[in-house]
Design a protein around this ligand. Structure first.
Ligand code: UD1
Length: 417
């Protein structure tokens, strides 16, 4: 187990570059198996989830070359074999092989996907949709065996606009005869990123980024090229860090339209920033005001920034309230935040009150999930003294080179085995 050690209260200046989006990249790799032979994915973040996805693809006999942050994938000798549990449980996104392999081969065998323990996280919408397209789904212990002689396109209505289900059904629908329509689809930028890859392969996808997506199935794909969008959650995390500790800190790789909900909230609590082109300049802001936040699907406030934002709100004057509507167990970080001196209170299962401003003190804490770990890391950066974060593998799953990036702008932060 690795540990991150932080000496807090150092101001941060210089420039930090945002990496490719984790949640796009983890879908684009499985999507690459749909290309005729070869594909290129540019700007892939260097995170653990990508390493595991590459291992799965190599097991399927895809040849993968990594140069800088680009992946060159050749699947001309690809085979379809069951994906073993030790790989699929490493991350949630392994479930995208369900849609992709089902479309390509009409069969997929995979164990239940993993991911952060932040609630029940069922995949019933994915499964029901595969069945609606004509697949048969068997579940043996924790193994899914999904088969289809013929997938047939149809209109599918989602009870909830799930990000994962939208992407997975888009992938499966590429192998269906005719047109599949997803109604009440998720609208997150990651979906647009995946759709642009499919379109580049010659698959007709209309409406990605809206509530209604149409996919015309075809097995006649071309080679595909795509660039991973900058990570909006990593961007948001560094923006929050900049608002707490920046000294004209520059954050490069910002897509403003992907961050509107966060930026609106930051302005509300009194944070000033400038954006020029793709670069934000931000400095430490004093006199922050409390606010209320409700996490929602895109373009609402992203649940993945809720925990980093909680740390910011410990520094705001008054009582802030956060309502988490996407997951039922996403306040675990508050236990350690309180041990560091914050005053947060879980009022009901999905409602958190934060009383500020509070001076935080460094101590030993444990990351319980990816974004909760990021919240503790931010707390460590602003705290007086030394913070040690155990289980920091969670943080490394989602933030490319986080300690190196932070050191380059002046943080005193180290990672040790
Ligand atoms: C993706 C992101 C994750 C982010 C989330 C919401 C990846 C790899 N992960 O997760 O970082 O927090 O979007 O923005 O891209 N649900 C069901 N049944 C389903 C599917 C989802 O009940 O079949 C529920 C989930 O339990 C959860 C909610 O819907 O409570 C959101 O899930 P979803 O949008 O699917 O998120 P993920 O794709 O898992």
């Amino acid at each position: 187990m690795s540990k991150i050690t932080i000496e807090g209260q150092h101001l941060l200046s210089g420039e930090v570059n945002i990496s490719g989006a984790k949640n796009s990249a983890v879908a684009l790799l499985p999507a690459a198996v749909l290309s005729n032979k070869k594909s290129v994915i540019y700007n892939v973040p260097e995170i653990k989830d990508i390493d595991y996805l590459i291992k799965i693809m190599e097991l399927l006999n895809c040849k993968i070359e990594q140069k800088d942050n680009n992946l060159y994938i050749d699947n001309s000798e690809m085979i379809n074999i069951p994906i073993p549990e030790e790989l699929s449980v490493q991350m949630r996104a392994s479930y995208y092989f369900m849609g992709a392999l089902l479309a390509k081969y009409g069969k997929v065998e995979i164990s239940f996907p993993g991911g952060c323990n932040i609630g029940a996280r069922p995949i019933d919408i994915h499964i029901k949709s595969f069945e609606e397209l004509g697949a048969k789904v068997e579940i043996l212990k924790n193994r899914y065996i999904i088969t289809a002689d013929n997938l047939v396109g149809k209109t599918i209505y989602f009870d909830f606009p799930s990000v994962g289900a939208t992407i997975n059904v888009m992938l499966a629908a590429t192998g269906a005869k005719g047109t599949t329509i997803i109604e009440n689809a998720a609208m997150e930028p990651e979906i647009v990123n995946v759709a642009s890859f499919l379109i580049n392969m010659g698959i007709k996808v209309r409406g990605a980024g809206t509530k209604r997506i149409e996919i015309d199935g075809t097995k006649k794909t071309k080679n595909g090229v795509v660039e991973v969008f900058p990570d909006r959650i990593e961007s948001g995390t560094y923006i929050i860090i900049g608002a707490l500790l920046g000294e004209n800190l520059k954050i490069k790789g910002i897509i403003k339209e992907h961050l509107e909900a966060l930026l609106f909230k930051l302005e509300e609590i009194g944070i000033e920033y400038e954006i020029e082109g793709d670069t934000m300049t931000i400095s430490k802001c004093n006199n922050l005001k409390a606010t209320n936040i409700k996490t929602l699907v895109f373009p609402g406030f992203p649940t993945d920034l809720q925990q980093p934002m909680t740390t910011l709100l410990t520094q705001a004057k008054g009582i802030s309230v956060i309502e988490e509507t996407i997951y039922e167990n996403r306040f675990k970080n508050t236990y350690d935040l309180n041990r560091m001196g914050a005053i947060t209170n879980i009022v009901t299962l999905n409602k958190l009150e934060i009383k500020g401003p509070r001076k935080l003190k460094g101590t030993k804490v444990i990351a319980t999930d990816l974004r909760g770990g990021a919240s503790l890391l931010i707390a460590g950066l602003i705290a007086d003294g030394i913070t040690e974060i155990d289980n920091c593998e969670y943080i490394l799953r989602g933030y490319s080179h986080i300690t190196t990036k932070l050191r380059s702008i002046g943080a005193k932060i180290e990672i040790t085995e």
